[in-house]
Design a protein around this ligand. Sequence first.
Ligand code: SF4
Ligand code: SF4
Length: 493
Amino acid sequence: MTSTPEDPQPSASTAPSVPPNAGFQAGDGRAPRPDGSRGPTRDIGAPATGGLIDVPRDVLGPVAAFDGERPPRREIIDDCVHCGFCLSTCPTYVLWGEEMDSPRGRIHLMKQGLEGEPMSASLVQHVDRCLGCMSCVTACPSGVRYDRLIEDTRGQVERRFDRTARDRALRSLIFALFPYPRRLKVLRGPLRAYQRSGLQRLVARSGLLERLAPSLATLDALAPRLRTVPPPPRLIPARGTRRAVVGVLTGCVQSAFFPDVNAATIRVLAAEGCDVIVPRAQGCCGALSVHNGRLAEAQAFARRIIDTFDRAGVDHVVVNAAGCGSSMKEYADLLPGDQRAAAFAARVRDLSEILVELGPAAVRHPLPVTVAYHDACHLAHAQGVREQPRSLLAQVPELTVREIGDPEICCGSAGVWNVLDPEPAAALGERKARTVLDTGAALLVTANPGCLMQISTAARRLGRSLPVAHTAAVLDASLRGLPPQSLLGKPGR
Ligand code: SF4
Ligand code: SF4
């Protein structure tokens, strides 16, 4: 595919597999699977390995796990005191009860890698299974920066591990598509025709795609019902007195599949006194790439984003997708030595942060509806943003917020994890959907497109319809005096 102005191409074993529970006691903490069973750990909900074979590939002889280019940092690994406080918050440990699928186990594997153990298929499998949800970072009393460890380890895996042809093909497809909003937008037409023709229902009912290509079946099921929204103008002036000049990241999946969320974000910011600038040719922020170990690609995307918003001359860069915001706040770590990266990162705000910082200016109209608020992992765990969205929802008259059980457990979306590992992702999605439905709320509210798609799809699999809305859409409805039905008619599809 060729590069377009909006979609820039970025510039640029032999060891035995590690036995489950090696070195630690995990059994007592084993959680039942979503169906309540406690049998052998590999037969229910065990992940497809993303194409990895189950035995170590040892024909080429040992290959040291890590080279000198950003290996997981020893000093961070040494911060882990093996206390296990993180275990119960780790979705993969909750699913399988395997020590090596816990944060503590994965840190142990990284330590072994630093001590000369090879890059085995087993190590890669346990690293691949991590959702990168950062729940363990929040839970850890010792402040272990697991986020940095997994990012560096994934970079090593991507450069040094020879994945199977099937896995390489799937990942190539994902990374040739998802970080490129224009390419995603090209898919809208055929996807709408497919959805409206009834073919999608037919394919889903046949179960054929699920049997032949589970990753494609997952993408098919996740695709939201597409709505037509005109692209935003480049500049939207503040209503009333101007209080800030902000740039809005329109995102890749967000702009292609949820343009109404971007439109709501812009309307809310303008109503709250912001001049809103929406730079053209933003491209991807690099979140997907950095979370999957594609460092050079992520750095190229990040430099372009910095250039774009620096040129726009904004006070803040506002983000309405949790995964994108968390990556952009970490640009200084992604681009060490780049003087502009730290300054840029300091200007990044989640939508809820900037609105709380500014304080309410526009009138909130009543919105009589009960909502369940879901903490997106990359908002709550990675950015520590929990209070602000709740406080914004609390400003809406007649709106009631209910809390969801087990809020720290990921819904299984995790960027493209649900496409790479559809089976356990579906189990986590259904677990989350059940906890949302248990609240009795009429609407699920969250701040990440991946979570919206994942949870509403899981609810549908459970035979329930679950309307979903981004926080921006709820505020927008209140500011415009729209009825709750304007939100309740959107069950993700
Ligand atoms: S909570 Fe922190 S210190 Fe304790 S095992 Fe987990 S990562 Fe290690
Ligand atoms: S990031 Fe999430 S899935 Fe990965 S080890 Fe931590 S808690 Fe577990």
